[in-house]
Design a protein around this ligand. Structure first.
Ligand code: ADP
Length: 259
């Protein structure tokens, strides 16, 4: 079934006891949560906690070792194109000689088939998303010439042209300026109004607590999931970050050494 054919309801993401490994080496285990339709989930944990691994499983880049994932109540794999993924900037080869418009058009490939050509609707979607991300003036530029914040916007625009029901952003706030961070958060709020569920990985505990409805705390296994006030307990943070957490005036601050 294609993502577009899926009924808008019940639209939620359900994971039950999900685990994944690389060449038999466990990277993630015991992840169980339900993200309601249109919810915003911050995925928080130290380096190597399995945040990117979880995203790779959700887009089918890495097989599930065990457990179940349901999207719209159906098993993962039946409608992958309704999940859009924005990888970390370091994972992209920015020397690749493509323009901004080319990259954003890639979000439409699933609709075009192997030898399909972009339709008027595809080109209109690309234009709309470039404008939404305020990068229409960069359409003909090569991606390697852009700043970190601009590159971030290009990949967000690519994800939006896919018209996803679930949007995964891997460390979108690392190495970008405050303006891009705020623009990204505003965009997520606008997408929430359209019922798009977003999962965002971040190291920033304070941002997760302030701006997200739910927090998934990971350290190779699920430590906690829930509203920030529940999931970000002192005990859970210490479990996830190995005890290297300072509490300043009751606010948890993760020591830089464990990032
Ligand atoms: P995070 O995104 O939280 O930093 P990752 O999901 O990248 O964590 O990594 C989780 C674990 O899986 C780490 O131990 C990491 O070394 C390992 N890992 C990640 N990618 C690979 C890979 N391609 N091959 C082998 N091991 C990997």
């Amino acid at each position: 079934m294609k993502g577009r054919d899926i009924p808008a309801s019940p639209a939620r993401l359900e994971l039950e006891n999900v685990s994944a490994s690389y060449n038999g080496r466990p990277a993630l285990s015991g992840v169980t949560f339900q993200a309601p339709h249109g919810s915003q989930v911050a995925i928080v944990g130290p380096n190597g906690a399995g945040k990117s691994t979880l995203f790779k499983v959700l887009v089918g880049l890495l097989p599930l070792q065990s457990g179940h994932i349901l999207i719209h109540g159906q098993p993962l794999g039946q409608h992958k194109d309704c999940v859009a993924y924005v990888p970390q900037r370091e994972e992209v080869d920015w020397r690749f000689p493509v323009t901004v418009a080319d990259v954003v058009m890639m979000g439409r490939y699933n609709r075009q088939g192997w030898f399909g050509r972009p339709s008027a609707a595809d080109r209109a979607a690309v234009r709309r998303c470039l404008e939404q991300l305020a990068i229409a003036d960069l359409a003909d530029r090569s991606i390697g010439e852009l700043s970190g914040g601009q590159q971030q916007r290009v990949f967000l625009a690519r994800a939006l042209t896919q018209e996803p029901h679930i949007l995964l952003l891997d460390e979108p706030f690392t190495g970008v300026d405050a303006t891009t961070q705020e623009a990204t958060l505003d965009l997520l709020d606008a997408l929430r109004q359209q019922g798009v569920t977003t999962l965002v990985s971040t190291h920033d505990l304070s941002l997760a607590a302030r701006r997200f409805e739910y927090v998934l705390l990971l350290n190779r296994e699920m430590v906690a999931f829930g509203p920030p006030a529940e999931a970000l307990s002192a005990r859970a943070i210490q479990t996830a970050f190995g005890g290297r957490v300072l509490f300043v005036d009751g606010v948890a601050v993760v020591d830089d050494c464990c990032r």
